[in-house]
Design a protein around this ligand. Structure first.
Ligand code: SAH
Length: 226
């Protein structure tokens, strides 16, 4: 191994607080919290979450309910909410095509990319998207298409999607996203300002069926790009 490969291996394999064993403990804790989908638990035990946060925070990457900072005022979604949202999105079946709004550090993107055939992800902050793109490339994900844009409008060129997952809270359900959902598809997103709720929207032959499932706390979905 040359020194670059060694550095790469250390970062991604982890040791001590970032090891396979730490990840296994996180998965046990998720199970104890009621996450049941073994497909989701398996990918969460495989993806090295610490590789998506800055060095000083790596050891805290597996704390179940911690939304750690990822720069530019944004936070990585907690393992618990990632597990809950991914489980919901996979309930109708593993998606062929999935759309994520709010790439952030790319951790949720990686989880989706292990379960869906193709993932499209949209982020409004260019430096965050570029960093996530690098991390995911280094981890050898080749089924992710990135777009720097305002996610309110989705990613029409890639649609329709079997799954749409949004990781920032909108004030309302963006109509463009509903349109880009395939019949039989499911969308999971936080909605609200002060008090946010997690919405699950299924598209059927006859229209949309909406359910509200959890109280949640996300950073807001912001208009425009930077
Ligand atoms: N899943 C990400 C969550 C990051 S926080 C992670 O775990 O890292 C939410 C992300 O949504 C932030 O990166 C934020 O910049 C992004 N975001 C906010 N409004 C957006 C919009 N209108 N379009 C696309 N991304 C948006």
């Amino acid at each position: 191994m040359n020194s670059t490969t060694e550095k790469f291996a250390t970062k991604f394999q982890g040791s001590g607080m970032t090891s396979d064993r730490t990840r296994a403990r996180m998965v046990d804790a998720l199970r104890a919290k009621g996450v049941k989908d073994e497909r989701v638990l398996k990918v969460m035990s495989d993806v090295p979450r610490h590789a998506f946060v800055e060095g000083a925070l790596e050891a805290r990457a597996y704390e179940l309910d911690k939304a750690l900072p990822i720069g530019l005022g944004q936070t990585i979604s907690t393992p618990e909410i990632v597990a809950i949202m991914t489980q919901l999105i996979c309930e109708p079946g593993l998606p062929n095509k999935a759309l994520e709004i709010g790439t952030g550090c790319g951790y949720q993107t990686a989880i989706l990319a292990k379960l869906a055939k193709q993932v499209y992800t949209v982020e409004r902050i260019a430096p965050l998207m570029d960093k996530a793109r690098r991390t995911l490339r280094d981890l050898r994900y080749f089924n992710i298409i990135f777009k720097h844009a305002d996610g309110h409008f989705g990613y029409a060129e890639g649609g329709p999607y079997d799954a749409i997952l949004m990781t920032a809270a909108a004030t309302h359900v963006p109509p463009e996203l509903k349109q880009q959902l395939a019949v039989g598809g499911r969308m999971v997103l936080p909605v609200g300002i002060e008090s946010q709720k997690l919405y699950v929207i299924d598209r059927t032959e006859d229209g949309y069926v909406e359910k509200i499932v959890h109280d949640v706390r996300f950073v807001p979905l912001v208009s425009g790009t930077v």
